[in-house]
Design a protein around this ligand. Structure first.
Ligand code: AQP
Length: 350
């Protein structure tokens, strides 16, 4: 019997490998989301690990979303997953709000996370900006809900881009504190999986800023819905410097825009940044940018085409999300029910 006094509670000592990750439908999917997340989500599925992926619509509303646009972006995000190679029969694909376990566990974690921890979250500071008083409480609490997204599945690995590292550390802290406070080894301590050449794709207009869906400038990003001409034009106009490409990667140290384009090339071509620099050593951007544009179009166009085909049948996307939600619920419900037992909540409606 555990220290909670509930005989219903069992202590899972080992956790089967399971991957969870998500994307916000807070706008169109960008090249950053594709290289930092989607592409790698599909690789993980193909490695044969159990994979659970989610359009995190409840995270999206931490900043204002027009309801029709939110529905559209959720379907479009799901279409991007499938077009990028996700198989809804092998992976679980759903939208967060259809599985109430996320919100329920999110509340419990609001009571586990400490204000001091939340105050250190740099993404809140970045997103709330100078007018933090006007930011939603949800934006502040976002990382606790993210911890719930992951831990409601006892997920052990979370592939994300570099920007989510701090939130995953918080997820670990929440799991450790919950396990400690209730004297039970209940939640796994998750491992962030931040790998590849493009863990942080930068804005095409400013190599020190992350490429983001919500950047006011459309020129700052490549959207998965951009056509070949738009992709080529954005790469042609991408900010760079006047120097040719160096002989080695070390030569890109203080050249964030050039480094970003090399990383994008490497990630799209499944090469290392070192190999790409070696290939284009001494080249001017007048040579490198068209090569990058051709590569980006070749890799992204099939995805764009498939996305627009899938978007013609929104009912089919909703059906896939609904089926995924049923499968997600089957995993998360018993885990969250056990949390109620552990924390001393009476559940007598069975
Ligand atoms: N620029 C990026 N480079 C690499 N990975 C990225 N990710 C996001 N931007 C980049 C990764 O994509 C996944 C989903 O992110 P998200 O949609 O949950 O939210 P985000 O990180 O806040 O992405 P955006 O595009 O910047 O959205 P907005 O503008 O709405 O805030 C995550 O794994 C993330 O690391």
């Amino acid at each position: 019997m555990s220290s909670t006094g509930s005989s219903a509670v069992q202590t899972p000592k080992t956790f089967q490998p399971r991957i969870f990750s998500g994307i916000q439908p807070s706008g169109g999917i960008t090249l950053g989301n594709y290289l930092g997340a989607l592409k790698r989500f599909v690789e993980k599925q193909n490695e044969g690990i159990e994979t659970v992926y989610c359009m995190v619509d409840m995270h999206a509303i931490t900043v204002w979303q027009d309801p029709e646009k939110l529905r559209y972006a959720t379907r479009e995000g799901a279409a991007a997953f499938i077009a990028a190679g996700l198989d809804p029969a092998r992976s679980i694909l759903f939208n967060q709000s259809q599985v109430s376990a996320h919100a329920e566990l999110g509340w419990i974690f609001n009571c586990v996370a400490r204000l001091g921890w939340m105050n250190r979250m740099t993404q809140f500071k970045d997103k709330a900006g100078k007018n933090a008083e006007a930011a939603s409480l949800g934006l502040y609490a976002y990382p606790a809900l993210m911890a719930a997204d992951i831990l409601a599945y006892h997920a052990t690995m979370v592939p994300v881009g570099e920007d989510q590292k701090q939130h995953l550390e918080l997820t670990r802290d929440i799991a450790i504190k919950f396990n400690h406070d209730y004297g039970i080894d209940y939640f796994p301590i998750v491992e962030p999986v931040i790998e590849g050449a493009a863990t942080r794709v930068m804005s095409l207009r400013d190599g020190t800023k992350k490429m983001s869906k919500s950047d006011p400038s459309d020129q700052s990003r490549i959207n998965l819905t951009d056509d070949a001409d738009a992709i080529a034009a954005k790469i042609r106009k991408a900010k760079t410097d006047a120097e040719p490409l160096p002989e080695t990667l070390a030569g890109l140290k203080d050249r964030p825009e050039a480094r970003n384009l090399i990383n994008i090339f490497a990630a799209l071509s499944d090469k290392t940044p070192d190999a790409v620099v070696a290939e284009y050593a001494g080249a001017q951007f007048g040579t490198f940018k068209p090569a990058l544009a051709d590569l980006a179009v070749a890799k992204l166009s099939p995805i764009t085409t498939e996305m627009s085909r899938l978007m013609k049948d929104p009912a089919e996307i909703d059906r896939i999300l609904g089926q995924g939600a049923d499968r997600a619920e089957a995993i998360a419900r018993p885990i969250v029910d056990q949390v109620y037992d552990i924390t001393g909540m009476i559940r007598s409606r069975r």
